[in-house]
Design a protein around this ligand. Structure first.
Ligand SMILES: Nc1ncnc2c1ncn2[C@@H]1O[C@H](COP(=O)(O)OP(=O)(O)O)[C@@H](O)[C@H]1O
Ligand SMILES: [Mg+2]
Length: 1018
């Protein structure tokens, strides 16, 4: 039987009420909805009687026990007790009903509720858990607000999802759910702690994206002779910030147009979810054109489809460009429920708890470090070398999730994202191998200006959102104004014409007209004679400006303070800036601004103890900010910086960028320089060189009198080093030359040595050996003069390359000198590096025994330091030593160990080298089949890490194995195509020549990419 008309009307009335929460307040809406739902359920039950007299259905069952409530009340007279119990159930039942549940029955101190018995909804379980949390959350308010009638009480709640039988009970027409699912929920309630919500794994599966949980535990359940896997629900997941509020003037709008775009996206997503694979779609469009709206509709559709999906989301804001990996920090923060004012330790526990479900904790820790959390995983040297495994670990986390479920990555406003994050999104989305992941990126057109190649080489499409057509826009306007009796066409026409297809403009114009009294939706009338209709602002900014002008002085001041904080802000920060503290006044102004649909309060706040708000649109924030007087702006920014400093606890490192921006805009130059330069240093640690350059540049541009020459020289040195990493050599040299001058003026030889050492390196890679040599020797002289021993050691090692007398003894002497220095200063890490280099020198001079001695000593030190990168390196090299000594067995063993370790820290270079060596060892042992496997892995890893010399060597290995297996043609194609490649490693050329000579006919060369595709097999 289909829904009756009356039911439909009730449903739409409920929907309409939902959208007016902002205006009416939750209390009013909840009560009204509860009443409507009760009526609805009656109707549905009537209808259901004819169809569902005994049915099996999938349902979620909730048992809540107000443990001993009746006995708490005892001592009062019977009437008071009855009143108390009745009002208690009224309050709790209405929570259930307002979330779409049915109260099945009350048994003593217990209520049983069911979701899904009348028309299954995809999110039944989510609603049930949400109701459970709401019951726990409102319990104190229920007794507090009862004027002493309801004594304080605590609830235990158990929830389970599974099949239930529905059957009529007696003649009342009521029916009840029965069966094992019901029993399980009831038993689970007994096992819940006071104030807690315990759910089974079955329920968890349906709600896991929406809440945070304690770890799973197996519990013994009375009457059920197996252990049941359960967990406790801890909180709602703070992902609420992404949701879009789609109501305008309190009227819920449907999406105008965009059907085709939506279907395209849904199809792409479904293909990924069905057949696996990685994909990235990008939506490009001007501000306000409807990108977020399209995403919102997509989410609504996808999240109600069955399937195992995990969502991640982040929204970029201006200023994020300079925070390397900032987008991923936000994704992890939101998914793991980390609060910005959690301690480092608490944050880490949440992150590892969440990520540890998919990857080893150590990997998770590396990933978090790379993403910018203030964490210090064990064995972490905090040098930029660790950035490589960190980056791999972060990408690896998403792949690990994608192997288990379909991952949806929602990334909004990517035109403000930092380059590290942008690269990483592309890298993740072009993963090969197992898993399914769909990234949906939204951005304004400038993204394509700064990244013309965005999306190239990544499976996926880029959609451009065009303006809505006049008729689509007209439909939207008319639907918002549907309550107006006789709507003048001229008014609609004016709005549509002015909007130019931008729905945001249309909406804001409507709100402006309502504020100016032209439109009155309450009364359903339009005043076409209003002077406000003359000279309507034609730009979006103009309309928003007009809306701000109509605010009271105080309201505007509060919003202005908020705009200084950013698109997302907190009432406490705003209170601090306004000098009033959070207080009622601020909250009052904010809630009025919310009613005007200027801002929105978010469900969860990133700062505990403080309400989080969002400007409804980025443009609105910008326009508000523009109205702040320059003088006031400075003061506000300084206050915002101080607030962040004081509230981020031991995690200020993570806010360096934001704090720096506030001090910069606040023109507090000494603080700005300090924070910019620290933010730059943090960026370097995670390989965010582009961001580092930008931050150092900003620090260098503060007014001269606040900088001082010595600070200036340090900043230039750091910027020069970062530029070198980006291969921007001429700029780097410019900076370093300036450092030399300043160092000279200040008589700081250490500084000169540092600069010259980097200059020597640049000269080498750009092919100027003579200058390189000169720089290197000058660097050493300065280092000696400075008396900074570690610096001297570093510079000395670099000089070995430029020694004219390239004999073993001479070359080795540079490293042994460095070793002596490091030993005398007690720098164990330095000593280990020197010894590792000495081993490499010995091996290059074909002295494997000596090399072995150095590597073993180096490894001992790395072991003491816990540096797995160092250990893996030594082990691999010890394999080469064994191989050179003819002990292939030991070589293989060492390569294997090194490989394992390289894999565990995500060092792709290490993995590629080890698998190449393993393959070569197999060739020597005469096992070409095994060699094929190892060389195959080497090809894949070297290719993905972009290390061409290793890739070529690995391909050579594959060719050699094919030859041994008799596939001469396949070997010939490979060899012919890689011979003469300029990136060939020394020694490989001869090997290839040798192999080619054994072949008589040679094919035409093939593109390396083609060959790689063929040879990268498992
Ligand atoms: N196709 C549409 N139909 C109805 N309303 C829309 C449509 N596109 C956008 N809107 C509304 O316009 C406003 C701005 O859209 P939004 O998606 O936030 O823009 P963008 O993300 O492109 O800057 C929102 O209130 C949104 O609900
Ligand atoms: Mg948007």
């Amino acid at each position: 039987m289909p829904e009756s008309l009356e039911e439909k009307e009730l449903l739409s009335a409920i929907g309409a009420l939902e959208t007016r929460r902002g205006v009416l307040g939750d209390a009013v809406v909840d009560t009204s909805i509860a009443a409507l739902r009760q009526k609805l359920q009656q109707l549905q039950a009537e209808r259901g009687k004819h169809t569902a007299s005994r049915q099996r259905k999938q349902a979620t069952v909730l048992f809540a026990d107000v443990s001993g409530f009746t006995s708490i009340c005892s001592g009062n007279d019977a009437e008071t007790v009855t009143d108390a119990i009745n009002s208690l159930w009224e309050a709790l039942d209405s929570i259930i009903i307002s979330r779409g549940g049915t109260v099945d029955k009350h048994i003593g101190d217990c209520v049983m509720a069911v979701w899904g018995t009348r028309g299954v909804r995809e999110d039944d379980a989510v609603r049930a858990v949400d109701a459970a949390l709401a019951m726990q959350e409102t319990a104190p308010a229920i007794s507090g607000g009862s004027g002493g009638l309801i004594p304080p009480f605590r609830i235990r709640i158990g929830i389970h999802t599974g099949p239930v039988f529905l059957s009529d009970v007696g003649t009342t027409g009521e029916y009840t759910a029965m069966g094992d699912t019901v029993n399980m929920a009831s038993r689970l309630q007994n096992l819940a702690p006071l104030g807690g919500v315990r759910i089974t794994r079955e329920t968890w599966k349906h709600v896991k994206n929406r809440f945070l949980f304690s770890p799973m535990e197996a519990v013994k359940v009375k009457g059920i002779d197996r252990e049941v896997t359960t967990c406790l629900v801890e909180a709602r997941k703070p992902g609420g910030c992404l949701g879009l509020d789609t109501s305008v003037l309190g009227v819920q709008t449907g999406m105008a147009g965009r059907r085709e775009e939506l279907e395209t996206l849904l199809n792409h997503f479904r293909a990924v979810s069905r057949s696996g694979g990685y994909r990235m779609d990008t939506i490009i469009g001007e501000a306000g054109i409807g990108k977020s709206r399209l995403l919102h509709e997509f989410r609504t559709r996808v999240e109600t489809e069955p399937g195992r999906v995990v969502f991640f989301n982040a929204r970029c804001t201006p200023g994020m460009e300079d925070t390397p990996c900032g987008v991923f920090r936000d994704i992890l923060r939101i998914s793991a429920g980390v609060l910005e004012n959690d301690s480092s330790r608490a944050a880490m526990e949440k992150l590892l708890g969440f990520m540890g479900g998919y990857v080893p904790r150590e990997e998770a820790a590396r990933a978090c470090f790379y993403a910018g959390f203030n964490t210090s995983p064990a064995g972490f040297a905090h040098t930029d070398r660790d950035a490589i495994p960190g980056r791999e670990a972060l990408a690896g986390f998403f792949r690990a999730v994608a192997e288990r479920e379909t991952v949806l990555l929602y990334l909004e406003d990517l035109h403000w994202a930092d380059s590290v994050s942008l690269d990483l999104v592309g890298e993740i989305a072009s993963s090969k191998g197992k898993g399914s992941l769909f990234a949906l990126c939204l951005a304004r057109p400038p993204l394509l200006l700064s990244r013309p190649n965005w999306g190239k080489g990544v499976p996926g499409t880029t959609l451009r959102l065009s303006p809505l057509s006049p008729s689509e826009l007209e439909g939207l306007v008319r639907s918002i104004l549907r309550g107006v009796g006789s709507l003048p066409d001229s008014l609609v026409g004016m709005i549509v014409d002015n909007s130019d297809g931008n729905p945001f403009y249309a909406e804001e114009l409507l709100k402006m007209l309502a504020e100016e009294g032209v439109i009155d939706l309450q009364k359903g009338v339009v005043n076409t004679g209003s002077p406000a209709l003359r000279g309507v602002p034609t730009t979006l900014a103009g309309v928003l400006q007009a809306r701000l002008d109509s605010l009271s002085e105080d309201e505007r001041r509060v919003l202005q303070a908020a705009s200084v904080v950013g698109r997302v802000f907190w009432d406490l920060t705003v209170g601090e800036i306004c000098g009033t503290g959070a207080g009622e006044a601020i909250t009052g102004f904010l809630s009025r601004a919310e009613h005007r649909e200027l801002i929105r309060r978010l469900e969860r706040s990133a700062f505990a103890g403080s309400g989080e708000y969002l400007f409804k649109h980025a443009i609105l924030r910008d326009v508000t900010y523009e109205t702040v007087l320059l003088r006031v702006r400075k003061k506000y920014h300084r206050l915002a910086a101080r607030w962040l400093m004081e509230n981020a606890g031991d995690r200020t490192v993570e806010f360096q960028g934001a704090i720096a921006v506030h001090f910069e805009l606040g023109e507090d130059w000494p603080e700005a320089v300090k924070w910019l330069s620290e933010a730059g240093d943090s960026a370097v640690v995670t390989s965010g060189y582009t961001q580092a350059v930008s931050l150092y540049t900003r620090a260098l541009s503060v007014p001269g009198e606040f900088l001082g020459n010595s600070r200036r020289a340090r900043l230039l040195l750091k910027r020069g080093a970062a530029l070198e990493k980006l291969s921007r050599y001429p700029e780097a040299m410019d900076d370093l030359e300036q450092v030399l001058e300043l160092a000279d003026e200040q008589g700081d030889p250490g500084l000169s040595a540092e600069a010259l050492s980097t200059m020597a390196w640049i000269a080498t890679v750009t092919g100027h050996r003579d200058s390189a040599r000169e720089y290197a020797f000058r660097a050493r002289d300065f280092a000696e003069e400075s008396g900074e021993m570690d610096l001297l050691a570093r510079v000395t090692m670099r000089m070995a390359d430029y020694e004219e007398d390239q004999t073993y003894g001479k070359v080795l002497s540079y490293f042994s000198r460095a070793l002596d220095i490091y030993t005398s200063t007690g720098n164990e890490n330095g000593a280990a590096t020197a010894l590792l280099n000495m081993g490499n020198v010995a091996l290059a001079f074909r002295l494997p025994r000596e090399a072995g001695g150095f590597y073993r000593r180096s490894m001992e030190k790395y072991e003491a330091l816990g540096s797995r990168w160092g250990i893996a390196n030594c082990l691999g090299n010890l394999g080469c030593v064994a191989s050179a000594l003819g002990d292939t067995g030991e070589a293989v063993e060492n390569y294997g160990k090194s490989m394992e370790m390289s894999l565990s820290i995500g060092d792709r270079e290490g993995v590629a080298i080890c698998s190449l060596n393993l393959g070569d060892a197999c060739l020597e042992q005469g096992s070409p089949e095994k060699a094929l496997l190892h060389h195959g892995l080497a090809v894949r890893t070297a290719d993905s890490a972009g290390i061409r010399p290793l890739l070529l060597a690995a391909l050579r290995g594959r060719a050699q194995a094919h030859l041994m297996l008799g596939d001469r043609a396949r070997a010939a194609v490979i060899l012919r195509s890689i011979t003469n490649d300029p990136a060939m490693a020394p020694g490989e050329g001869e090997r290839i020549e040798g192999l080619l000579q054994g072949l008589d006919t040679l094919p035409e060369p093939t593109a390396i990419d083609e060959i790689v595709k063929r040879e990268a097999e498992e």
